[in-house]
Write a protein that binds this ligand. Structure first.
Ligand code: ZN
Ligand code: ZN
Length: 530
């Protein structure tokens, strides 16, 4: 045997076996020892400290109900990692949280280079009187065989369940990052099929607003769901149809044109209903194991066949991020959020991919403009919408700002005032019983330019009538027990003289109210079903 070979083999071996002599620690963000996790998909973010030159992978083992789930994940250049686990029982992936499941103990073991970390926590599905029910809306249709239809509906319900559990997880993760523990919405149960009186042909002729109005009234009039005041609904229209041939024939691949040829589609939330189309489900994962591949997919969208909605990324991964991000955004309106410039309630909802991944390059997506089409505003109360896209290249200093913000919080976060509203909101608090006390009295007193409430104030926002963008907000600490607030002259001017803004009020008990100066709330009800 040649010596040279042996030397080479030895060299190869030492680089395979660990040459790192450093003592590493594995840091885990947000999840703490003895935590009680209440949502079924758990996102874990952490890093290896100090950075390791030789370690590339982290091995995670989760033990619960006497079974082990193992994951091998790639570390980023900064030695960061993210893991997603499904804590739900195999036979009840989307079961109702009403029947109480006992808490189960979970043990998480992380290993990477010389670093080791063990964490114990428990999992028990959250319970609250205030819940969110997913629905799959099926219109009347003679075109297809009924069996085909039922099979498809079943599959789509499962897809909706999985992705809403992911939205629930992202809400919990983001609110936890903002300092609020155990805040997310509670799912009422598995996605149900809702049969509409509307035919597919009719639905495809309706505007987004008409669809929202029609389905909202049908759900409220139904015997199954109508009387349940503690339910909000997330509904998906089954018969969304994209006329890709017409787009191809026109040669116009702009978003305006793509949207014009997408029928029975919506992305609209407010009050008790967030409504969406099903046209982008092609980019959504059907199974838990597919989530990572879907979010990272760089497959190009063929816009002659499939509707693109990715803020110019034109990839399957981009479509998934933008459309699931839109679910987070519209659901935010159902939880009384207005718009912000940045973050989930601003143009940041496209960045949902960053929540689940490490080491994605900084993206500079065009800023979506917050506006209301004039035509809509004259018929119905204006509703905040992202309707136009505008290409805007960031200036060089903006480039760095973007870079740092994206690094810090994935670009996908709830702004301070939004997180505060969500943390206080009835639909996001854990273990809440139905409130039977009368609504508090909240009034505007023009004589003193004051807002007066019978329950202490938590937050006041001055929101623009046109796009519900908060011009200003005022936070009150619960311990200060503030019952009244006098508006500064500049804000009073917007409210009473210009009448371009309304006041959104949140109390420490989670009551909300919108107040306008002239009490005729045309343009005040930014969200429809109030
Ligand atoms: Zn190392
Ligand atoms: Zn919005």
């Amino acid at each position: 045997m040649c010596v040279g070979c042996d030397v080479r083999r030895l060299g190869a071996m030492t680089s395979c076996v660990n040459v790192c002599k450093r003592v590493h620690q594995i840091e885990v963000e947000l999840l703490k020892e003895t935590d009680k996790v209440e949502h079924s998909l758990l996102l874990i973010k952490g890093r290896l400290q100090p950075i390791c030159a030789s370690a590339q992978q982290l091995k995670a083992t989760l033990t619960l109900r006497k079974t082990e789930q193992e994951q091998l994940t790639q570390l980023s250049a900064a030695s960061e990692f993210k893991l997603l686990f499904d804590l739900s029982k195999e036979d009840s992936k989307s079961e109702s949280s009403s029947e109480s499941e006992p808490a189960v103990n979970c043990e998480l073991q992380l290993r990477c280079c010389s670093g080791q970390r063990q964490l114990q926590f428990s999992y028990q599905p959250r319970r609250s009187a205030y819940r969110v029910q997913p629905l799959y809306l099926v219109c009347q249709n003679n075109e297809k065989e009924k069996d085909d239809h039922e099979q498809e509906a079943k599959q789509r319900c499962a897809l909706i369940d999985l992705n809403l559990r992911l939205v629930q997880c992202i809400y919990a993760h983001k609110l936890s990052a903002a300092g609020y523990r155990n805040r997310t919405f509670t799912l009422n149960g598995a996605c149900c099929v809702f049969r509409s009186q509307l035919s597919c042909q009719e639905a495809r002729k309706c505007s987004e607003d008409e669809l929202w109005q029609r389905f909202a009234s049908e759900i409220l009039a139904s015997s199954a769901w109508g009387q349940q005041l503690q339910l909000k609904f997330v509904a998906f229209v089954g018969c969304t149809w994209y006329n890709g041939a017409a787009v191809a024939a026109s040669g116009d691949y702009s978003y305006t044109n793509i949207r014009r040829h997408l029928h029975a589609h919506a992305a609209l939330g407010g009050g008790g209903l967030a409504l969406f189309g099903s046209g982008h489900f092609y980019a959504w994962p059907q199974r838990f194991a597919d989530i990572g591949d879907c979010i990272r997919s760089t497959e190009r969208v063929d816009v002659t066949r499939l509707p693109d909605e990715s803020n110019y990324r034109r990839t399957y991964g981009g479509v998934y991020a933008s459309t699931l991000g839109a679910v987070c955004h519209e659901l935010g309106h159902c939880f009384d959020l207005g718009h912000t410039l940045e973050g989930v309630m601003g143009h940041g909802f496209d960045y949902l991919n960053r929540v689940l991944t490490v080491d994605q390059p900084t993206e500079h997506l065009p800023q979506r403009m917050v506006s209301t089409p004039a035509a809509e505003a004259t018929i119905s109360p204006p509703r905040p919408r992202f309707t136009q896209l505008k290409i805007k290249q960031p200036a060089s200093s903006k480039f760095l700002d973007n870079y740092h913000t994206q690094r810090r919080n994935d670009s996908f976060y709830f702004a301070h005032n939004c997180a505060l509203i969500l943390a206080q909101h009835r639909w996001l608090q854990p273990d809440l019983q139905a409130n039977t006390s009368a609504a508090p009295e909240i009034q505007l007193l023009p004589a003193n330019k004051e807002i007066v409430s019978s329950v202490p104030l938590r937050l006041i926002e001055l929101r623009c009538n046109r796009n519900s963008l908060a011009a200003h907000y005022e936070e009150f600490k619960p311990e200060s027990a503030t019952y009244r607030f006098q508006l500064p002259d500049s804000l009073w001017h917007l409210l009473a003289t210009q009448r371009t803004h309304y006041v959104f009020v949140l109390t420490i008990e989670g009551d909300t109210k919108r107040l306008a100066f002239d009490e005729t709330p045309a343009g005040v009800e930014a969200e429809p079903a109030q």
